[in-house]
Design a protein. Structure first.
Length: 369
């Protein structure tokens, strides 16, 4: 029987900051814990949940690192709407109630918010009686893109987003990325600065000064790089902070609250994004990367994420792009009965899904019967 509250770690940060990579690393490396995962990402079809499900290469269901909650349940819970602050009661609370009902099977909850969601409304939900009795927020971790912040962009390649915000009169009260980052930092119990291998000392000092000006002295800032993915002790430490964040969440003031208090139009930036899903068969990895790189430079694409089937490779290749930066890696073996296919979710503005599909379809490799 579960005698103590289930700790929940909330991971927030902009698109491309490294949230999913962090969660996948925890699920690979942290052993002996039964972990439930809630993902809340904007897009027609959630790719993050698929990446998280496949995080433990060669892990059997009855052992390994992050064990599923039982049966065919993967422990991954998907919230369809990218704005968690608008769907706390409709989507998040029902999921939490399901987890509370299964509390004897759960050791920890990981929650990944969407890139433009704020943690405060979510954490406030932990004070609802039916949740507070059984769960607590172990910590709010805000992941910051180090190179983007050092360059004053706050997120990777957002010039187009900001230009559209300024050009659209209906977005007068839509928070800027600086305000959104302020609000994400204001709630943080820990700040992780990612991609620090791309920072020179002067950049690192600039990022650190920006964060210190926005968080209390008690909030630590850790600079991380890709090596964190293999540091089991450090990853385990991220899940034992014990901040009980819900107890002080009402004292945190942010830009979002002020907009509501002033009665202004409540409009979220991601409501103005378009998204489409591109599905292909086996593809030539180099051609796919070349075509996608061209689209990133010529189209208003803010985010591309998914996986590719490469002929001759027994593992699935993850593809991720933010701005004009494109990354890829192999995450897991294809299942014995799993159909091999390529799937990308593309988020941007004024997307022509047919044209995008046609451009990427040139990477597809015809299969013979």
């Amino acid at each position: 029987m579960q005698l103590t509250k289930i700790p929940a770690t909330v991971v927030t940060g902009f698109l491309g900051s490294g949230k999913t990579t962090l969660l996948a690393s925890i699920l690979r490396q942290v052993t002996g814990k039964r972990i439930a995962v809630i993902v809340n990402e904007f897009g027609e079809q959630d790719i993050d949940s698929s990446l998280l499900r496949g995080c433990a290469v060669g892990c059997e269901e009855d052992g390994g690192n992050a064990r599923p909650l039982g049966g065919e349940d993967s422990g991954i819970y998907e919230l369809a709407n990218g704005c968690i602050c608008c769907t706390v009661e409709e989507e998040f609370l029902p999921v939490m109630k399901m987890l509370v009902a299964r509390r004897d099977d759960i050791d920890h909850i990981l929650i990944e918010t969407s890139g433009l969601a704020l943690p405060k409304p979510l954490v406030q939900a932990f004070n609802w009686p039916e949740v507070r009795q059984h769960c607590t927020v172990d910590a709010i971790i805000t992941v910051v893109d180090g190179p983007a912040v050092a360059a004053g962009r706050y997120a990777s390649d957002v010039d187009k987003v900001e230009a559209q915000r300024r050009a659209d009169d209906s977005l007068d009260h839509d928070p800027s990325l600086r305000e959104l980052l302020d609000d994400q930092l204001s709630a943080a119990d820990l700040v992780l600065v990612s991609k620090t291998d791309l920072l020179v000392p002067a950049d690192k000092a600039r990022v650190e000064a920006m964060i210190q000006a926005r968080v209390p002295e008690s909030v630590k800032t850790l600079f991380i790089d890709q090596t964190l993915a293999t540091e089991t002790a450090q990853l385990e430490a991220l899940m034992g902070i014990g901040a009980a964040s819900e107890e002080g969440i009402e004292r945190i003031a942010n830009h979002h609250d002020r907009h509501h208090a002033e009665g202004v139009h409540h409009d979220h930036a991601h409501d103005h994004f378009d998204s489409c899903v591109i599905r292909l068969g086996d593809v030539d990895g180099e051609i796919l990367a070349d075509r996608l790189q061209h689209l990133l430079k010529t189209q208003e694409i803010y985010r591309a994420k998914g996986f590719a089937a490469i002929p001759g490779k027994p593992m699935r290749r993850v593809v991720q792009a933010v701005g004009e930066r494109l990354d890829g890696y192999y995450d897991r073996l294809w299942g014995q009965d799993e159909p091999r296919h390529t799937q990308l979710v593309i988020i941007g503005k004024s997307l022509d899904s047919e044209a995008l599909h046609q451009a990427l379809a040139s990477a597809e490799i015809a299969t013979t019967a």
